[in-house]
Design a protein. Sequence first.
Length: 156
Amino acid sequence: MSGVISCVCCGRPFVFNPRVKNQRYCNYKDCQRARKRKWQKEKLATDPDYKANQRACQAEWHRQHPGYYKKYRQDHPRYCQRNTTMQICRNAKLRIIAKMDASESASVNKPGAFYLLPLIAKMDATAQKVIIIPVGYDPNKLIAKEDSIAPCDAAC
């Protein structure tokens, strides 16, 4: 009993082998690599013996090839530059994650209107207009445009 199914990796139709139960991947090299990567990922997550064996094999390879990564970085400067740039981006993403009720003091010398804009927030976050009035501000001096910040004569 033969039939045609679509490969889950590339989406191309292929004739499946009736002797292979639950065949989902076609015979293209990229699809077979994807199948193997998926199997290895699942195996590493579920089989502690397999994971320990893989770790031991990696450690042995590193012992047999000392200085491999140092030489690779020397021979591939563009890789190093890209990796550095990508690491800076990853570090920046870690720093901009906002937590609820987390704030830092702002060093503002001049009064004015500012907007707090969430970049990545863990709770509902909206843009908020904040008016900064520094210590020692003289309300008698008009420093803002009309209809923006007015001196506080009546309420003060």
